[in-house]
Design a protein around this ligand. Structure first.
Ligand code: FAD
Length: 411
């Protein structure tokens, strides 16, 4: 087992890697570093409870204040890593300090995808990735009158739902034809579109941004490519993220939509692993190289690497799952939608409680649920273990829980 593990990035993946190493009995030195000054925190609430004013920075912390000292994890905050000296197996921090490693774990996450439009640097145009971003956005939201959200993905829509709940009118703009179009089925998109409209938000789908227009340095309106102009004093740009692979790239590691790792999450250097939002890995179901942006993926990949470093190597093969909360709709997704031919719906979409089962080759490969946690939990168990057929999915009397229990016993 390695004697000194250095972890870059104290987000969901990095913190879990440190914790799991100790859980696995690792007794060597663990150094966990992050460029940010804040004690490691959860990101999902930033666009949900925290944005609504229902959570404080303290309540977001991933672990209690004593956790790191108790587990002998040397947590260094406000400490950006500048480069990796692979030949000497040293991580060089921006202040010049060098940390020797036997194994290095890159858990550097992702950053907001830059949005290129004239005027994008005007005051009042924000992004949402970090606690500081969220605090600034929350502050501005209080006095905003016209809120515009660019991007109808998870973060843009979660923010729009909070803005609407707080009494603001939000306009969501997206070049795509439907909300969350790359991630969910048309029936789920339609349900969320109806939900957002019922809350008073305006959704402009198939609309592009031409420029942001300012007055005295502050954003005043957004001009669309079709010539329409929307008044705006607060704009959230939520057009996705890009992997933060700068350290790996500069060190000459293989890059392919993020830091490229093998099925054991090792990079092209056997002394370096990469996990979480930053890493692209070969999908165990043969879907090719993928990169996922979810807490589940970050946490499960961290556990996988910790087990390997503890002498119990196994390929990464967790079932992906994800959630998003928008108003009173809780979306839960298990599996991945790649190659889905069509969707079978269980439950009535009008009731606000239903699931869409994505079918490929007569086999359910993804289950998207709104306010149906039992379907989601069953799917997380049966996907990958006991195939559910189209006919079984279509038969609403077919017991998913029992099917999942059978697959569990077969494990
Ligand atoms: P991150 O959490 O991004 O952590 C990476 C860390 O690395 C950062 O703290 C960064 O400062 C640090 N770092 C990077 N480079 C360096 C360097 N050179 N030196 C030192 N430190 C460095 N997922 C869900 O599953 N469900 C949700 O509902 C959900 N909601 C979300 C809402 C918001 C607003 C956001 C932003 C994300 C949400 N996500 C959600 C996604 C989820 O938070 C990410 O998938 C998860 O945080 C990935 O964890 P990570 O550790 O890989 O990366």
């Amino acid at each position: 087992m390695s004697e000194a593990v250095v972890i870059v990035g104290a987000g969901h993946a990095g913190v879990q890697a440190a914790a799991s190493l100790r859980d696995e009995g690792f007794t060597g030195r663990i150094t966990l570093i992050d460029a940010q000054p804040h004690r490691p925190y959860q990101r999902p609430p930033l666009s949900k409870a925290f944005m609504k004013g229902e959570a404080t920075p303290d309540s977001l912390m991933l672990r209690g204040p004593d956790f790191y000292a108790h587990r002998h994890i040397d947590l260094r905050l406000g400490a950006p890593a500048a480069r990796i000296d692979r030949a000497a197996r040293r991580l060089v921090l921006a202040d010049g300090e060098q940390l020797a490693y036997e194994h290095l774990i890159l858990a550097t996450g992702a950053k907001a995808r830059p949005f290129a439009a004239p005027g994008v640097d005007l005051e009042g145009i924000e992004i949402l990735r970090t606690l500081d971003d969220a605090a600034a956005l929350r502050e501005r939201l209080q006095s905003a009158r016209q809120v515009v959200v660019i991007g109808a993905g998870f973060i843009g829509l979660e923010f729009a739902a909070v803005a609407a709940a707080l009494g603001h009118h939000a306009t969501v703009i997206d070049i795509a034809g439907r909300v969350m179009g790359r991630a969910v089925s048309p029936v789920i998109s339609a349900a969320f579109e109806a939900k957002h409209r019922s809350m008073g938000s305006t959704l402009l789908m198939g609309a592009g941004v031409a420029e942001f227009i300012g007055a005295e340095g502050r954003v005043a309106s957004v001009r669309l490519t079709d010539g329409r102009e929307l008044a705006a004093d607060l704009v959230l740009v939520g057009v996705g993220v890009i992997p933060d692979d700068a350290l790996a790239r500069d060190a000459g590691l293989a890059i392919d939509n993020g830091v490229a790792v093998d099925d054991h999450l090792l990079t092209s250097d056997p002394d370096i692993s990469a996990i979480g939002d930053a890493a692209s890995f070969p999908d165990p179901r043969g879907l090719g190289r993928i990169r996922l942006e979810s807490v589940q993926n970050a946490v499960d990949q961290a556990r996988c690497v910790a087990r390997r470093l503890a002498g119990k190597p196994a390929p990464y093969d967790a079932i992906p799952w994800f959630w998003s909360d928008q108003a009173d709709y809780k979306l839960q997704i298990a599996g991945l939608p790649f190659g889905v031919e069509d969707y079978v719906t269980r439950g009535d979409p009008a009731s606000g409680r239903f699931s869409a089962f994505g079918v490929k080759d007569d086999r359910v490969v993804v289950v998207e649920s709104i306010n149906k946690p039992a379907d989601h939990m069953a799917a997380r168990r049966f996907l990958g273990l006991a195939p559910l057929s189209r006919a079984q999915a279509m038969d609403e009397s077919y017991d998913l829980k029992a099917h999942a229990a059978r697959s569990f016993r077969a494990e």
